[in-house]
Design a binder for this molecule. Structure first.
Ligand SMILES: NC(=O)c1ccc[n+]([C@@H]2O[C@H](COP(=O)([O-])OP(=O)(O)OC[C@H]3O[C@@H](n4cnc5c(N)ncnc54)[C@H](OP(=O)(O)O)[C@@H]3O)[C@@H](O)[C@H]2O)c1
Length: 189
């Protein structure tokens, strides 16, 4: 049985501990600030999940030291500091200031754009823009096709949609080779 060490006992650490121990049936050991506990947990586990803030990762790695050698180390961190400086959509808006630019459809493969569905299931249409009525119009267009429109916020959030669009392409045609019959769907909204 794979042994899982979780470093960080916050929201993510506790949730993963509960899920892996409960539903997953794994043996889990958690540690947080106590360096000795961190070192011992890391040395014990086959998989080490770093469930700490990004800023703490270097410290934790130092504490783990050789205990991480050859191990699977899972990085769950999100980087709130390093927003891409701009997006293609914002550049377009700057070049066409009289237009009301909206970013949409870039996270979907073209073969699903006539139906808004992948294998019969509706996918999300992420729509970002600064002009509320322009955004609504595009969301309505998407809904009329069969998409589930998602208000993705201001145009500057195109920075993230453009990354998501590239992820879609990499998932389809990169090493995972999932092909084009895939799509993203936001649940819970
Ligand atoms: N929350 C989410 O929905 C979510 C989703 C996906 C990814 N993430 C990412 O997951 C990571 C953890 O998020 P979280 O929401 O669980 O944060 P959190 O609730 O603040 O928990 C962070 C944990 O890391 C511990 N920690 C901080 N500095 C440490 C250090 N130097 N050495 C050892 N432990 C340290 C904290 O201990 P103390 O509290 O005692 O300082 C706490 O137990 C972050 O990188 C976040 O971006 C979060």
């Amino acid at each position: 049985m794979t042994r899982v060490s979780i470093i960080g006992t916050g929201a993510v650490g506790r949730a993963l501990e509960a899920g892996l121990q409960g539903k997953g049936g794994y043996e889990v050991r958690s540690a947080s600030h106590d360096e000795r506990e961190v070192r011992d947990a890391a040395a014990w586990g086959d998989v080490i999940i770093l469930a700490v803030p990004l800023a703490a990762v270097d410290d934790v790695l130092k504490t783990i030291g050789d205990g991480g050698r050859g191990k699977v180390v899972v990085d769950v961190t999100n980087d709130f500091g390093e927003t891409p400086p701009t997006s293609r959509a914002e550049e377009l808006q700057a070049k066409a200031p009289a237009a009301r630019v909206v970013k949409a459809f870039n996270t979907v493969f073209a073969k699903h754009m006539a139906s808004g569905k992948v294998k019969g299931e509706a996918v999300s249409l992420f729509v970002a823009g600064d002009d509320a009525s322009a955004k609504k119009q595009v969301m309505d267009l998407g809904r009329s096709i069969g998409f589930l429109p998602v208000d993705a916020g201001p145009l500057k959030n195109s920075r993230f949609l453009e990354s998501l669009g590239m992820l879609n392409i990499k998932l389809g045609f990169g090493p995972s080779k999932y092909g084009e019959d895939i799509g993203f769907r936001l649940v819970g909204a």
